[in-house]
Design a protein around this ligand. Sequence first.
Ligand SMILES: Nc1nc2c(ncn2[C@@H]2O[C@H](COP(=O)(O)OP(=O)(O)OP(=O)(O)O)[C@@H](O)[C@H]2O)c(=O)[nH]1
Ligand SMILES: [Mg+2]
Length: 360
Amino acid sequence: MKSYTANSMQEAMVQVKSELGRDAVILHTRRFRMGGFLGFFSKEKVEVTAAVDSADLKKVVKKTPALLTEQAEDARMLPLQAELTNMHKMLEAVLTKLPDGEGQASPFLQLLLRNDVALPIANSLLKEISGTQFTAKSDAALTRHLLHERIAHYFSNIEGIQIDSASCRTVALIGPTGVGKTTTIAKIAADFTLKQGSKVALITADTYRIAAVEQLKTYADIIGVPLDIVYSAEELKQAIDRHQDKDLILVDTAGRSPGNLSHLTELQALLAVDPAIETYLVLSMTTKYQDALDIVEKFSVCTPQKLLFTKADESTNIGTLFNLIYRFPMTLSYIATGQDVPDDIELANTDKLTNLLLKE
Ligand SMILES: Nc1nc2c(ncn2[C@@H]2O[C@H](COP(=O)(O)OP(=O)(O)OP(=O)(O)O)[C@@H](O)[C@H]2O)c(=O)[nH]1
Ligand SMILES: [Mg+2]
């Protein structure tokens, strides 16, 4: 057994190798500071204690796996070894979080993660199907079937705008800026007017930008429906009362940032003027899950009843949508699939959404 002191691990290893040969076993390494004055200007040194391999030593080494043996022969391997140990720990951490029956479930975990389902939600979903029917021996087809059923269950709460001949339905779209509220209002107005022959009126409370009013006015003129512009909650109430002869009143609102509490409180006060207003929170499919969570939480002061997703054409990953529905079991309504008015909108469909979430 012999100790070597050098300026670097690499240097020490060269000494060990040249004196004791390639079969030397590293028993101990340490770094220490040497020389200097009152603790200043000292140099870092490395001390390596090694021994020539013997039957006895091998036993000792076997009992102490922390000691690096062969890999340590080359100092360049040390960082790599540390990295590997790290990766091993991370992998272990992930594996321990896997639900029962991971033999079949892990490829599905990968699939869900690839489709943007958050890890805790994917795990929890797989746990839900790890009950009586699901075992590690079950085949992939059965797992997929059970998973499909489970996801479909979460995507089953779907309802569009319901109108009836006896009363007037009022729907307001709220949400962050630029998600497509105004465009979606035009699509819905066109659908109810032109396809279903319903009587529709539009109201915009978005007087924040001049262009916003002009945008909706253009659509209103093309579709042939009236548009009222309101500057206050009282004016909104009056406009709603005036249009009670219609089947549907669609209210457009200014896009608001979830970070601006006073704007959200203003929006809340505006919609509180008539409890009959049904509020839809509009979100873009391109929004990251964490941001979408923040939006849902902050806009909850306006108590939206339904979610409406836009820009499905720009992101086919519906993980965010699923994560939200899983966390907040809200009713889904429409999915907007492009910029074209009136065609690019459809009622959310359980099967379509489920298949998208399980797409390879
Ligand atoms: N690709 C795509 N673009 C969309 C969709 N819906 C709306 N847009 C586009 O998104 C942009 C913003 O749409 P708007 O309808 O003005 O959005 P908004 O939410 O009313 O915006 P603010 O009133 O400013 O908050 C426009 O360029 C639309 O054409 C959609 O489903 N897919
Ligand atoms: Mg708008």
